[in-house]
Design a protein around this ligand. Sequence first.
Ligand code: BGC
Length: 762
Amino acid sequence: MPDLQTILASMTLAEKAALCTGAGPWTTTALPRLGLPRLVVSDGPHGVRHPIDLNGMASESHPATCFPTASLLASTWDVDLIHTLGQALAEECIALGVDVLLGPGANLKRSPLGGRNFEYFSEDPYLAGEMAAAWIAGVQSRGVGASLKHFAANNQEFQRFSINVEVDERTLRELYLPAFETAVKKAQPWTVMCAYNQINGVYCAEHAGLLDEILKDEWGFEGLVVSDWGAVHDRVASLQAGLDLEMPGPQPRRVQAVIDAVQARTLDESVLDEAVRRILGVALKAAETPKGGAYDAEAHHELARQVAAEGMVLLKNDGVLPLRAPQRIAVIGLAAQEAYFQGGGSSHIHPTRVCVPYQELQARAPQAEWTYAPGYTAEQSFRPDLVAEAARAAAGAEVALLFAALPASKEAEGYDRPDLDLSGQLVDLIRAVAQAQPRTVVVLNNGAPIAMQAWIDAAAAVLEGWMMGQAGGAAVADLLFGRANPCGKLAETFPLKYADTPAYLNWPGEAGRVRYGEGLFAGYRYYDARQQAVQFPFGHGLSYTHFVYSHPAVSAAVFKDVDGLTVTVDVTNTGHLPGKEIVQLYVHDRQAGLARPPKELKAFAKVALAPGETRSVSLPLNFRAFAFYHPAYHRWITEPGEFDLLIGASAADIRCRLTVTLESTLCLPCILDETATLREWLADRHGQAVLAPLLDEIEARARQSFGVDARGGSSNGIGMEIMDMMQDMPLPSVLTFQQALLDAPVEDILADLLRQAHGQAA
Ligand code: BGC
């Protein structure tokens, strides 16, 4: 095959323009004349949705392994496992002839009501970034491309094609961009998919600041930017902003618009060439991976089971679990017979097979007497007869296993959830069954948090089974019977009620706009800051064994930001079963120039321990673990000072604390200007240095002229108390009040001070 430069140099303007828009819903334009094959893309993200008819937008798809969705994947906190999952996804892509898999979704879960939350990893950008990077690295290690989506701030379905996200720069940088940043810097996805929405008045597809400046220039993204399907409004403007490939196609008018713009010289051909170069780069790389063959469907089903078992979260257990050879078991709930294992929309997979939870359970205790009652219908409409029947079944057993799933219609791409609640039918069912049978275990199937206050006290145990993928039924059975030990932990907070959630007052927006008014305080950052009780905190998850943390240590008590640190802690399994613990490290800045969340996750590790075993867990921290984004400097900065390192089993269960002192190596530019306040001058190292002598001089003169002492007191002087009152006054106004004590006009003095301060910083 010819090389990239040769192909590019031989292409006509029409061919270049055609390459930048899809040829069909799932393919790019091939150039047989130059030996360039088309690219084939498929959704994504938790399986391969490869359409039987490649020209059909809504075609049925080939069977593929349906892995658990991202909520469960993130709850594994296991980057190696997610990497392995990525490899399996790539093997299925290769067998099906797919070059690029459209995933993962790295958007933050801003509100638990977000309709696609099941496709996203976490409310925390660090965890989401690590998961996305591992997923991409796994897929791409087999020569298949990933498409990191939806870039950026695509956090709701309400008006998803047009909503204008109003978000401040710091919040964007600290919450909504870092998962993408990590994934790009660590794993270099072949493609990034830009989102439908607008950010601060500009569509993502036409956002040069986002695509060209941040993604490509600042983060060094080497691949191509593809539009979400139908996200482009103005093809020429989008090319100019850095959007390389528009999907889906064909769109002959868009192609013609690009040709016309180049000919009219309103679009520089070098811009088009750069897009073509990026698309060719991915197409040629994809062509290096021969497609076809088969994958081991059984092995992938087994992997799906393993992942499901690692990501389900034991939320509550009064001791009823694991089940110890009960003889009479009642299984209740339609979802035990008809597994609820994935969400609706573009990610919907045609599974190779599906484990039925009830059958899996029976297979693990064939000697027991089993009874089943559905408890509810698919629509979950009001049916008291089903509740009564289920309660009778539960009363006659030693234990009741109740499968409570959200109705499938409640969780899908395209619309948000209206509330956090289980249906009235399900709440009645859980209460009635738990009253009839105190040993009732509730197994939940849902893609995002639900409110539990109405029933959780009645349940003896609750297992969060998530959207568990096609093999989830087997994983549930393994966990309930103790053949696997639960080890997942929540990657998002479960609030007590919807009104408690961070975005509550600003969700989902109106009149075309949504204001991210909660700013930096999303997820546990908000609940921590408000000291607000939650149902289950971020990072929570129980095990059938116990872990004790000891000997916390840090590589240095005083350190330079550029050097970073390593934190170590011993973790001991003090129980009688092998198990895995997820150790979390949060950083708390004791004093900062700008408001910061009380703590932020900056490292984690998952460790497997035999009974009685102790291992030392190592948690590295780099510059970014201590930094915050300063909107006045437009960059990440560290400030010198003390930080607490909080080692915990969840965000609310901190086991060890260490304190370290950071020495910042940054030489920041001086950002003082004519409008800066006295407080800002004194907070700035250089400003303080040049202003202090002048303030001393003014005070000395005031004392001489008006007889005030250094503590202030005279109505005319500039004593300390008056200085306090003037802290938030612009410096020129402060000086104007003291004009009588100054030798030169305020404008001249200010200009001199600014020159000196900026000169010092340079
Ligand atoms: C979704 C994407 C998906 C694409 C192709 C869009 O509507 O937002 O996630 O990859 O369709 O199906």
